[in-house]
Design a protein around this ligand. Structure first.
Ligand code: ZN
Length: 237
């Protein structure tokens, strides 16, 4: 069993809010939990969050996690011209590569038109994780030119569902199981005027459920892979 934990590190619940409680309170709690459980994950940062919270990027890298790009300031690539999109990707990589090698990318809102694969490749990205099985993508892990696609398996709110419900969903997912969440889900969002699915079980409960998910997979002797590690396994050597 292969499992991936990934986090899209951005301001709180884009495009609804502009606050950064997830950065201040959520991300440190995620990192504490992963350290306690001895599990490595991939953190797709927007360059804007990296610029504003450099100590958190350093912590991610120092603790052995993978740093990936989530574009510059959460611009949706399907809403930009190809040229503007390329510029945003390039600028984001430039900022993030001041901290570590960046080989992986996830497009905001998981919207990556296929013509971006060659652009990612030209910019040194080896693995993309912007397609989603729950959004209808059925290609599995495969190469698009030189870029390996590792699709996300479920939407992020699944891992905040009551355990008795989410365990049924997990059991039906094909492998590899690639989960993602956001730092802002680990601070209480119940009082914000945002979509209901962005609010329920946020805060302590989300952290508890993430811990439960990790424990469950550890019990099953799952292997936790960071996104870049798929390249050696499925992509070109
Ligand atoms: Zn995002």
């Amino acid at each position: 069993m292969i499992v991936t934990l990934s986090f899209d590190v951005e301001h709180d619940c884009p495009p609804y809010l502009t606050t950064t409680r997830g950065m201040e309170e959520g991300l440190p709690r995620i990192l504490d939990l992963l350290a306690e459980k001895r599990v490595k994950a991939t953190f797709f940062f927007t360059a804007e969050m990296a610029r504003r919270f450099p100590d958190l990027v350093k912590r991610v890298v120092d603790e052995g996690h993978e740093l990936g790009s989530h574009n510059y300031n959460h611009e949706r690539l399907d809403r930009l011209s190809r040229k503007e999109g390329e510029k945003a990707i390039r600028k984001s990589l430039e900022v993030l590569r001041q901290y570590d090698d960046v080989l992986s990318f996830r497009a905001p809102n998981l919207q990556l038109p296929d013509y971006y694969y060659p652009i990612l490749e030209e910019n040194g990205v080896l693995v993309d994780s912007s397609k989603a099985t729950y959004k209808g993508y059925r290609g599995g892990v495969r190469l698009f030119g030189g870029v390996l696609e590792v699709p996300a398996s479920t939407t992020s709110s699944v891992i905040r569902l009551p355990w008795r419900i989410q365990r049924i969903i997990h059991a039906r997912l094909s492998e590899p199981r690639v989960y993602f969440a956001h730092p802002w889900e680990f601070v209480p969002m119940q009082k914000e005027s945002i979509r209901w699915d962005c609010r329920f079980n946020t805060g302590d409960k989300a952290l508890e459920l993430l811990g439960q998910l990790i424990d469950q997979y550890k019990k099953q002797k799952a292997r936790f892979l960071m996104i870049r590690e798929y390249y050696g396994k499925y992509g070109k050597a």
